[in-house]
Write a protein that binds this ligand. Structure first.
Ligand code: HEM
Length: 128
């Protein structure tokens, strides 16, 4: 259950960071975009480490949602931290078209992670 509370607390912060970084990129404020995006990347990797430590010590999230939703969610959340490595590399090297393409993909993946995550959360709590 502790893992569930950690995820519930961290996800809104990560989403806020993405929105902020995307807004700064949109406004061409590259220096601040770089800073917020780097903080976001560190938060994502940090929260994965915290989650894995909790899972190692036996914390879980109730899995009452249909298997395909859980599997889709898991595939997405394994791709996200890897994608962020490429985001950071292409951003810092100024490979702009690839960075922007990956950014679009990243936003789509996050949206899908949120939808499937919400379904797992709601069915785990017995709401759906
Ligand atoms: C992971 C860490 C990230 C770093 C270090 C980073 C860094 C950068 C840098 C340095 C640029 C300027 C590139 C140039 O034109 O020379 C840039 C541009 C951009 N970044 Fe990121 N970025 C990161 C993540 C993201 C994410 C998560 C998004 C999507 C929400 C994103 C969206 C964009 C966009 C749309 C631009 C183009 C801005 C423009 O019109 O010039 N970046 N990024």
């Amino acid at each position: 259950m502790l893992l569930l509370y950690v995820v519930e607390g961290i996800v809104p912060i990560l989403v806020f960071q993405i929105a902020w970084a995307a807004r700064l990129a949109w406004r061409q404020d590259k220096e601040r975009h770089k800073r917020i995006a780097a903080i976001h990347a560190a938060s994502v990797w940090g929260s994965y480490v915290v989650s894995w430590i909790l899972i190692y010590f036996g914390h879980t999230i109730p899995r009452k949602a249909p298997a395909w939703i859980i599997d889709t969610h898991l595939v997405i959340i394994y791709i996200i931290p890897v994608l962020l490595v490429f985001q950071m590399a292409t951003g810092l090297k100024g490979i702009r078209p690839v960075h922007i393409g990956l950014a679009a993909f990243y936003l789509i993946l996050w949206a899908a992670a949120l939808v499937t995550g919400a379904m797992i959360f709601l069915s785990g709590r017995g709401y759906i």
